[in-house]
Write a protein that binds this ligand. Sequence first.
Ligand code: ATP
Ligand code: MG
Length: 399
Amino acid sequence: MNYDVILIRYGELALKGRNRDQFEEALARSVKSVLRSFFKVKVRRNYGRMYVELHGEDAYEVMERLKRVFGISSFSPTIHVEPDLETIKTRALELIRQMDPQPRTFRVVTRRADKRYPTPSMEMNRIVGTHILRALPQIKVDVHEPEAIVNIEIRTEGTYISCETIPGPGGLPVGVSGKVLLLLSGGIDSPVAGWMMLKRGVTLEAIHFHSYPFTSERSLQKVRDLAHKLTKWGGTVRLHVVPFTEIQTAIREKCPEDYLITIMRRFMMRISERVAANTGAKALATGESLGQVASQTLESMDTINKVISIPLLRPLVAMDKIEITDISRKIDTYELSILPYEDCCTVFTPKNPVTRPKAYLAARFEEALDVEALVEAAVEGTVIEEITSKPREESNDLF
Ligand code: ATP
Ligand code: MG
């Protein structure tokens, strides 16, 4: 079947007025940006519906990409027909006939938004339904739980028929919720945290702390590759790469070993807060999950939060490792995340990190350091990279 358009539906019906316009504009932008480099299609909006005009492109390839556009609740490969009863009957039958597997039950749902069309919706359902029943003797009507719904939309801009509805990823279109700065390590959790924030409509930037030469170029490349995976859901992701060696070395020389991780995290927060201010991010996000490791207790979170006033979001806080891992497989970051390159935390892991660090003690230990100068130098030395959704040349040593 040659489809003409993909009909896109979006939920979040509570949105009204200006919010709704913003939502639709952001959604149209996302749809265009995931399709633009690959297909010659046109995206059109009309009264609460969005259409991708295929102009001969393959519907299934286009839909594969739409599965990654947040804000879409479902979509349907659709044909555009003349608003003429005989044509509608014939084409509706054709559509249901080519479904594989053949549905055993169906119903017809007509929406007649264009009231100039003479036949009322109920009448249309009956006429088209009868036509299908006569042509396909093995099929039955089921109005409650049909295996296929033949959707007929009679609108001023055209008449559309579809009988397959594919779920989209839900959520909100990227860009409607402001910007968040994600602390992105090379692990399993933080890319998932980034994906969850994208799902709620944020524009994502990422910050990574790199301790060259203690951590290798390959570990940084892994982080770029993870950010690249996120671009498939969220368009361009700017990656801020922070030189962290000097800070880590200073902490290790001057502070007690059991507080290394706590103090290191406090530095990450201070630097991230400054970078967020420079880039217009309204919040930070991490991949922390309560109780997962020693530095992720409530006391530790409190001690770490104390040094910043920007909101710190932890979308994974109540999730189990298994749930997080499931998502990371689904979003295709898992295989990258488990590559065994050291990150700055693994290099400096103390034997017995404190599980309930006290903020006043952390602050006291930090007196041995010139916190402000160290933070300033790190922010100064930060390099911004634009990670785009274009296919990347993946280096051989990573795969
Ligand atoms: P992840 O799987 O995301 O690495 P984790 O379970 O290993 O998380 P930690 O190493 O304790 O947990 O890190 C907690 C969070 O701190 C990470 O999820 C990430 O958001 C942030 N983080 C840790 N290391 C870095 C780093 N080198 N650069 C940027 N953010 C980091
Ligand atoms: Mg980690």
